[in-house]
Design a binder for this molecule. Structure first.
Ligand SMILES: [Zn+2]
Length: 536
């Protein structure tokens, strides 16, 4: 409206002419910023109206499944992502960086045959030795209360041909939040005391065996046990953490709390349950390991990079959905949209889907080591890892001037996305935990898009419940919009993002213990483990 009124004025005086010139300048500035907003508008529109997230999620989680390093499923996922990028018109390739112990999960079937029949909820642990197709049927025992190592050694002589319960019992399968909600304060207090006592007793008995928490499993194997039954409850309904087996030659299965505690109570009360375990995994020898890399080539500064980052591998108790399938498909969807809406970026926009993050950021560390030229010329890295929630935190990772450029890159992110995000500048450099740390250590401005947790740590992180149904698609769309706009803005930035590092404080608070401790300074670059052929 204002434009029309002014243009209709006749300009007789020079004041009026000057005014018009000024005005035309304003229009041109305005139209320049309008052009940018148009790209952002189109990004938002594509992310909202033509989202491919549901299709990607179905294909990756339901069809390919979890992505444990060294499994064929991990390789399938790398190939699948490469193919997706190619169908979206991007160049993509697999970066081979190492070799791992190849293993493939088979059928796991665990049944209690005595004192009554019940099919038990559990699974083989990763890299566990298998059983034959017919399985193993055996009695179940647990370590009795002992007074010293010699009593333990005597008991060990009795476990030949038996399954051993190796985990601590649990006193309740209800998460604490339920006790807080429903129990009387007195009964909740009592529960906590009983639980602590039970745990103390367990560890004191373990100490008396003369073995540690890990090497005791070797003693069971050496004594002729035919399998270990463990249970790593995640303190949430139905959720167990599922990692790798602790055995060399005999199968190791993990049971859900409900069934594990039942077996435990039976043994404790003098009944010997008989269990049959079938677990038919396959050893596949040495398998190469990869990262999937794709890119949209920059037009003005093709040798400079903006990198979208998310680890692609997972543990395999569930489908590896929130860790880190959701981060992975957010990056894929952001790339698809950028290629469509912003096909000629100023800088090259690259995406890295890293392998073997779970064993120590190996894929991203290998990338940093193998591509020093890219690392030298990276404007920014945006990484996502912790779950399905909308992004709520961005930390400047100790880069002194990160406030300036991150604020600028966030400036066009719509309010309904930005309003959830707390920022912290200059923040502290991430030393580990997820892949941005591999880049931060190399001095690259790399940021973690930290998400709302949706009970991540207890329910889905490394659990059997990390599955498709936990996805919150609206939050993922929110993250796609954020990531795509950040990448676009970082690519267009006329300036190179400053890498100047903050002076590290002498003392820092230990996040786990809460205690102040000597700062170790800026984290240093660490070597990837490129050989996991003996991993378990
Ligand atoms: Zn993760």
């Amino acid at each position: 409206m204002i434009i029309l009124i002014l243009l209709n004025l006749s300009f007789k005086s020079s004041i009026m002419k000057n005014f018009l010139i000024l005005f035309l300048c304003l229009i041109s500035i305005n139209s320049y910023s309008y052009y940018q907003s148009e790209t952002v508008d189109k990004i938002i529109e594509e992310a909202t109206d033509n989202s491919q997230l549901e299709l990607l999620a179905h294909e990756l989680f339901d069809l390919i499944g979890p992505r444990l390093v060294g499994t064929p499923q991990m390789k399938n996922a790398h190939d699948w992502a490469k193919e997706k990028y190619e169908t979206w018109g991007m160049t993509a390739r697999l970066h081979k960086w190492g070799v791992w112990r190849g293993w493939e999960r088979g059928i796991t079937h665990i049944d209690m045959l005595e004192p009554r029949i019940r099919t038990l909820a559990g699974r083989q642990l990763a890299w566990s030795p298998s059983t034959s197709k017919r399985g193993i049927t055996a009695d179940v025992v647990k370590v009795p209360e002992i007074n010293d190592k010699s009593e333990f050694e005597t008991w060990l002589k009795t476990i030949k041909g038996k399954f051993v319960l190796v985990s601590q019992n649990q006193i309740t399968g209800r998460p604490d939040y339920q006790w807080e909600e429903y129990a009387t304060p007195e009964s909740f207090e009592k529960l906590k005391e009983d639980r602590d006592k039970m745990s103390d007793k367990w560890f004191s008995n373990l100490r008396k065996t003369g073995y540690g928490y890990r090497d005791i499993n070797q003693a069971f194997e050496d004594a002729g046990a035919v399998g270990l039954i463990s249970s790593y409850w995640s303190k949430a309904f139905g959720a167990n953490k599922v990692f790798s087996a602790r055995t060399e030659k005999i199968p190791n299965v993990d049971l859900n709390l409900e069934d594990y505690t039942m077996l435990y109570r039976m043994v404790e009360n003098g009944t010997t349950p008989k269990v049959k375990i079938i677990s038919t995994s396959k050893e596949l020898g040495d398998m190469p390991t990869f990262n999937t890399i794709a890119q949209i080539k920059g037009v003005e500064k093709p040798e400079e990079y903006v990198i979208l980052s998310a680890h692609f591998d997972s543990w395999d108790g569930g489908q590896g959905t929130t860790d880190n399938g959701t981060g992975s498909i957010v990056m894929m969807e952001a790339m698809r949209i950028l290629k469509k809406i912003y096909p000629n970026p100023k800088r090259t926009i690259m995406v890295g889907h890293w392998g073997s993050e779970e064993q120590g950021l190996n894929g991203s560390r290998a990338f940093v080591e193998d591509f020093p030229k890219i690392i030298e010329n990276t404007q920014a890295v945006f990484n996502q890892d912790n779950g399905t929630g909308r992004v709520v935190n961005i930390n400047g990772q100790g880069f002194l001037n990160s406030y300036d450029y991150i604020s600028d890159w966030l400036s066009e992110v719509p309010q309904n996305v930005k309003k959830h995000i707390e920022t912290e500048f200059p923040g502290n450099p991430g030393g580990g935990g997820t892949d941005h740390a591999s880049f931060v250590a190399a001095g690259v401005p790399a940021f973690n898009l930290s998400a709302l947790d949706w009970s991540y740590f207890n329910y889905t992180w490394h659990t059997n419940l990390d599955t498709h149904d936990k996805i919150v698609f609206e939050d993922l769309k929110n993250n796609v919009i954020l990531t795509a706009i950040l990448a676009y803005k970082a690519s267009e930035d006329p300036d190179t993002a400053s890498r100047e590092q903050r002076v590290m404080p002498e003392k820092v608070r230990n996040r786990r213990t809460g205690k102040m401790m000597q700062s170790r300074g800026w984290p240093s670059v660490r070597k990837p483990n490129r050989d996991g052929t003996s991993s378990k």
